[in-house]
Design a protein around this ligand. Structure first.
Ligand SMILES: O=C(O)C1=C[C@@H](OP(=O)(O)O)[C@@H](O)[C@H](O)C1
Ligand SMILES: C=C(OP(=O)(O)O)C(=O)O
Length: 431
């Protein structure tokens, strides 16, 4: 991939230990689940402090196209649910590069009458969704995907979905299970999802789905491993605030680590289902001091910054979305690292294992790509172009390295708008 000069952003170097307290935007995963559940709810909802970013705006637009009303004009988004008795729609849904839109919205589309055509960014056609489409067909929906099992596809909604039992292989993405559970209560027989395949990644995200459903009065039976049964019934409307995005806290906490400074993220929840909460443990293992303070969660880096970071040997299967930021820190650490259990992140916004190996390697990192992970050994890094492949978290990895190494040019840093408004401006203001 080549980049024009205008695409390149010189990542600011931390010339002194950073000392900052930051308020981060809301969680993508919580916002998009709250929007879907509000669209299916038994009355109007409010999603307070919603994340305003490309993924959440695409979700709001998708649900609006299906007939819900989502008022995104202020920080708190008011949602009027779908009316299954409404006139038939003829809608187009742009999934962009948002896995949550491509996987969570088709199960909803069966509950409205009309035709809903789904497509997205060019790379989105490579991201897996066939298991969800197959499951929805088995549950009684009509879907035309031209036999591809990927975008583009069309859902012919009938305003009702019979539901029932379905077996899927969710080893490529936890979102396959979340997608079916989120809408399942509104299916006539509910939904009983069984997984058959290699272990499911990102399990905290399924826990998040279940917790949000239960909070809205939906009965979910998860007593057996690899099986989730949702009883048919109403989804209660909610007026609820969204937690800050803890996965997007990764680059900011990493800034404390590489600069030998301290960064506090405000409003870090006491308990949460967000995968990003694992950063507390991962950063402590790498030699940072992690503590809860009155303002939030404070991470203090080693006194000599990234030179004091120790490598990490960790299975990131449950928290794969943290891998790019963690890999950037490992590339800067003073002892070797092995990140394992993350074959599935090859199906994320880009093939993240290949992209990280290529781009960190191009800056001088000593990195080996394995089928399910990365090994990184200490090396002296230097500046250069860091390509991002339309992946917000690749951009995070680039700016983390750039905070420690001068001359890192991050290509298309604006791709961070997928989950964070004006990331580059926010980042530069801290340095
Ligand atoms: O349900 C969700 O909100 C998500 C689930 C995870 O997906 P995978 O299971 O595909 O890793 C995660 O990586 C993604 O960023 C968000
Ligand atoms: C995998 C990710 O996103 P998506 O919701 O598009 O799957 C991510 O944000 O790291």
């Amino acid at each position: 991939m080549t980049a024009t000069h205008a695409d390149l952003w010189l990542a600011p170097v931390a010339t002194a230990p950073v000392d900052a307290v930051v308020s981060l935007p809301g969680s993508k995963s919580l916002t998009n689940r709250a929007l879907v559940l509000a669209a299916l709810a038994d009355g109007p909802s409010v999603v307070r402090r919603a994340l305003r970013s490309r993924d959440t705006e695409l979700m709001a637009r998708a649900l609006t196209a299906l007939g819900a009303q989502v008022d995104t004009s202020g920080p708190d988004w008011a949602v009027t649910p779908l009316d299954p008795a409404a006139a038939a729609v003829e809608a187009e849904v742009d999934c962009g590069l948002a896995g949550t839109v491509m996987r969570f919205v088709p199960p909803v589309a069966g509950l409205v009458r009309g035709t809903v055509a789904f497509d997205g960014d060019p790379h989105m056609r490579n991201r897996p969704v066939g298991e969800v489409l197959g499951a929805l067909t088995a549950l009684g929906m009509t879907i035309d995907d031209g036999g591809r099992g990927s975008l583009p596809f069309t859902v012919a909604g009938e305003g009702r979905v019979p539901g029932g039992t379905v077996v899927i292989d969710a080893s490529a993405s936890s979102q396959f299970v979340s997608a079916l559970l989120l809408a399942g209560a509104r299916y006539e027989r509910g939904v009983d999802v069984r997984h058959d395949g290699k272990p499911i990644p990102s399990l905290p995200h399924i826990e998040m789905t279940i917790a949000m459903l239960r909070d809205r009065g939906v009965e979910v039976d998860d007593a057996d491993a690899n099986r989730w049964a949702v009883t048919p019934g109403p989804i209660a409307a909610r007026d609820e605030a969204v937690e800050p995005d803890l996965s997007n806290a990764a680059p900011f906490l990493a800034l404390a680590a590489v600069s030998g400074g301290a960064v506090t993220v405000r409003d870090w929840p006491e308990s949460t289902t967000q995968a990003g909460d694992a950063l507390r443990d991962l950063l402590a293992q790498m030699g940072c001091t992690v503590e809860r303070v009155e303002a939030g969660l404070r991470v203090t880096g080693p006194a000599d910054g990234h030179r004091g970071l120790v490598g990490l040997d960790a299975d990131l299967h449950d928290v794969g979305e943290l891998a790019p930021a963690v890999a950037a820190l490992c590339a800067l650490a003073s002892t070797p690292s092995h990140l394992r259990g993350i074959a599935h992140i090859r199906g994320h916004e880009t093939d993240r294992l290949a992209a990280l190996a290529t781009e960190l390697g191009a800056l001088g990192a000593d990195v080996t790509e394995h089928p399910d992970g990365l090994e990184l050994r200490p090396a002296r890094l230097s500046g250069g172009v860091f390509h991002t492949y339309a992946d917000h978290r690749m951009a995070h990895a680039g700016v983390i390295v750039g905070a420690a190494v001068s001359g890192v040019l991050v290509e298309d840093v604006a791709t961070t708008s997928k989950t964070f408004p004006d990331f580059a401006g926010f980042w530069a203001a801290l340095l």
